[in-house]
Write a protein that binds this ligand. Structure first.
Ligand SMILES: Nc1nc2c(c(=O)[nH]1)N[C@H]1C(S)=C(S)[C@@H](COP(=O)(O)OP(=O)(O)OC[C@H]3O[C@@H](n4cnc5c(N)ncnc54)[C@H](O)[C@@H]3O)O[C@H]1N2
Ligand code: MOO
Length: 464
């Protein structure tokens, strides 16, 4: 960890000369987070704030040359998932399939409806009226009523099987019986009215949904109606979370340079909302050997680490990846916050996403690297990219993309305050993150939005 709490007895990292550019970038990033204080309607441009010197692109450091442009990083993460051997589909009971992706087309196992059905409560009638009404009625769920003779009617309930030779269903409000128990229609009866014929919705063998469809509540209902007890689905990618940092408390108030772990509570539900199974959350402190052993011993398809991605004295992620012989696919991304994020292939069917420790930087890494990788592993389709016009000016980083929390109001993206790398106050109130190109964006400019999984679907839907 980069440790700047002097009272913890660990030296702050001596910054190598080649890192000067990043120091400037950090200043810019911190300043950008602060230029729009709550209530300030006209934000000062970042270059005018004394703490935000605009760095010159000509003096970029080695690390920055290595860093991957933000759009490319997401494509690399998708490609990494495609390189993994295809995972075998699993058979899952309907009540456990919500949020999974269908591994095979959903093919009707029956006609729907599977028999001619009354669409209304009333009478099944045969031929023109008036009709003689049978004594016994027909209810839903009862098998094989006797066929009707011409001029005959029988009381019938919605969903009941219509007797053979029924020509129409007369709704109860459209018929009256006389004193001889004969039924008269009070309006014209059209042949076939209010009968749902067998196979109206589908025939057995029809494809109802393609492979790749997401098992939503409606899909589970359709599958049940069509005769399924289990679904063939892509298994959830298995994710293990390794939370690094000696400074982290799991309860109580921050004290003595210690802070609360914000990522341990945040990441598991977020990763579940992305369609994964979180197999473990482990807190390893700043212990390189523990990290090495944890990665080596993990059978998860994705390991997510938090913190320790930078070059401080206890930032162990890079050295441990080197020791493991892992292949670094992305080592830094041109995005703010979160630029030290990384993606590595640790073995043939296992990847590791290193999220920076700053909490909003971790969110940035989650959406930039983990989300595309997990989406492909889970077999989910990419969300349709969409843009909205920006309501207010957003200052840009000179040459990196920025991800800024926004709320959507009246079809415009409204940037939120408190969007600094160490802050969660903005994202906690947000509907989405807006993708701000290098140099910034002006009011009315159309910008891409990255939705937060719960913003439109609701907590219950996306976390079960
Ligand atoms: N010399 C340089 N120093 C730093 C650079 C750099 O390029 N050169 N990058 C900075 C940036 S940007 C970030 S982001 C951080 C990333 O650092 P690490 O991934 O190594 O993260 P840590 O140092 O472990 O932690 C950073 C920060 O976040 C806090 N943290 C960590 N884990 C949690 C958690 N689970 N919950 C809440 N807060 C957490 C930690 O206490 C630190 O304050 O590096 C910069 N330094
Ligand atoms: O500022 Mo860092 O970019 O928080 O990730």
């Amino acid at each position: 960890m980069v440790n700047d709490s002097g009272d913890r007895g660990r030296p702050r990292e001596a910054r190598p000369a080649g890192r000067h550019q990043e120091e400037h970038d950090l200043d810019v990033e911190e300043a950008l987070a602060l230029v729009r204080e709550p209530g300030s309607r006209e934000p000062e441009p970042a270059r005018d704030t004394p703490s935000a010197p605009a760095p010159s692109p000509r003096t970029t450091s080695h690390a920055q040359h290595q860093a991957t442009p933000w759009p490319e990083a997401r494509v690399t993460a998708e490609r990494a998932a495609r390189s993994v051997p295809r995972r075998a589909p699993v058979s899952v009971p309907l009540d456990a399939a919500l949020g999974l992706v269908l591994a095979a087309p959903l093919t009707a196992l029956t006609d729907l409806p599977s028999f001619d059905t009354s669409a209304m409560d009333g009478w099944a009638v045969a031929g023109p009226g008036p009709w003689d009404v049978r004594d016994e009625g027909v209810l839903a769920g009862h098998a094989g009523p006797r066929s009707l003779g011409d001029g005959e009617a029988v009381r019938i309930a919605t969903g009941a099987r219509v007797p053979q030779d029924t020509t129409a269903v007369l709704r109860s409000e459209h018929g009256t019986t006389d004193d001889k128990e004969r039924l008269h229609a009070t309006r014209e009866v059209v042949h076939g009215q209010d009968i749902r014929p067998r196979g109206q919705e589908c025939r057995s063998g029809d494809q109802l949904l393609p492979a790749g469809a997401l098992a939503t509540p409606a899909v589970l209902g359709l599958a049940a109606a069509a005769g399924y007890d289990t679904l063939s689905a892509m298994p959830r990618p298995r994710v293990e979370i390794l939370v690094l940092g000696d400074e982290l408390l799991t309860a109580g108030l921050p004290e003595d340079g210690l802070i609360r772990d914000a990522l341990g509570p945040m990441l598991p539900p977020w990763l579940r909302a992305l369609g994964t199974e979180v197999v473990a959350v482990r807190r390893l402190g700043d212990d390189a050997e523990a990290l090495y052993q944890a990665v080596k011993g993990s059978d998860a398809e994705l390991i997510v680490t938090t913190g320790g991605t930078a070059a401080g004295p206890v930032d162990h992620v890079h050295p441990v990846l080197r020791r493991l012989g892992a292949e670094l696919l992305v080592d830094g991304v041109k995005v703010r916050p979160g630029h030290p994020m990384l993606l590595a292939r640790t073995r043939e069917n296992q990847h590791l996403v290193g999220l920076p420790g700053n909490p909003l930087a971790a969110v940035s890494g989650l959406l930039t690297l983990a989300e595309p990788l997990l989406r492909v592993l889970a077999g989910r389709a990419a969300p349709e990219p969409y843009t909205l016009p920006l309501r207010d000016t957003v200052h840009g980083h000179p040459y990196d993309t920025r991800l800024v929390p926004v709320v959507v109001r009246a079809d415009r993206a409204v940037p939120l305050h408190y969007n600094g790398p160490a802050m969660l106050r903005g994202i906690a109130a947000a509907d989405a993150l807006v993708v701000v190109p290098p140099g910034g964006a002006h009011p009315g400019q159309e910008l891409e939005l990255l939705d937060l999984p719960w913003a439109w679907a609701g907590i219950g839907e996306c976390f079960t």
